[in-house]
Design a protein around this ligand. Structure first.
Ligand code: AMP
Length: 209
């Protein structure tokens, strides 16, 4: 299963990605998590990405594409992968198509999580993120997965959320039609219980894989 997960910030991509990656036994590759890990470790990549991330803007394609290209050379992607947060624009989608074409391993499907803007804003402003494993959670002091401390991401603050939604609408939403035209798009509603959304996704994906 070679899967891309797409949807606006706050649609629950990270949460669904975890369940889906476990279900298909494939690595969950989140470009946001890779940037955050680099930021935490103080690497040059993290330093380069930080100002874009804090403002809710996209990190430069050249930087992001290289990072993903490198990640897709690791052994653990031999049986597939789940990409979460990449591609974020049509240029990145084209680069991904070229990387995969070179290896003759095209995408199996692109799963879109669809949700209204009003619900997104409520979800994101109450979201907290683990400092250690980046797991998102709501209403807790410690990470439910690893027990680490949680914090509010700079880009989950109200003013930055608005910009992230604009960036999604302007730059990321066009990849939906791109993938629809490629015959890869599957859309499921991201509203409701987490387990039900996962079930709908798995059932829709069983029809294409
Ligand atoms: P996320 O955790 O997916 O919401 O990503 C957090 C931030 O990381 C984004 O707002 C961007 O600044 C950056 N980022 C993540 N993925 C990408 C990408 N594919 N292209 C450019 N920037 C990205």
């Amino acid at each position: 299963m070679r899967l891309v997960l797409v949807g606006p910030p706050g649609a629950g991509k990270g949460t669904q990605a975890q369940f889906l990656a476990a279900h298909y036994s494939i690595p969950h590759i989140s470009t946001g998590d890779i940037f955050r890990a680099n930021l935490k470790a103080g690497t040059p990549l993290g330093v380069q990405a930080q100002s874009f991330m804090d403002r809710g803007e996209l990190v430069a394609d050249s930087v992001t594409n290289e990072m993903v290209k490198d990640r897709l050379t690791h052994d653990d992607v031999a049986n597939g992968f789940l990409l979460d947060g990449f591609p974020r624009n049509v240029a990145q989608a084209e680069v991904l198509r070229a990387i995969l074409a070179e290896k003759a391993t095209p995408l199996t499907a692109v799963l879109e999580l669809s949700i209204d803007d009003a619900e997104i804003i409520g979800r994101l402003s109450s979201r907290r993120t683990c400092k250690d494993c980046f797991q998102p959670s709501v209403g807790v002091d410690k990470c439910p997965l690893c027990g680490g401390d949680v914090y509010q991401r700079e880009d989950d603050k109200a003013e930055v959320i608005a910009r992230r939604l604009e960036v999604y609408a302007e730059q990321t939403a066009p990849i939906i039609s791109f993938y629809r035209n490629e015959g890869l798009l599957i859309t499921v509603s991201a509203t409701g219980k987490v387990e039900e959304i996962t079930e709908h996704a798995i059932s829709a994906l069983s029809r294409v894989s």
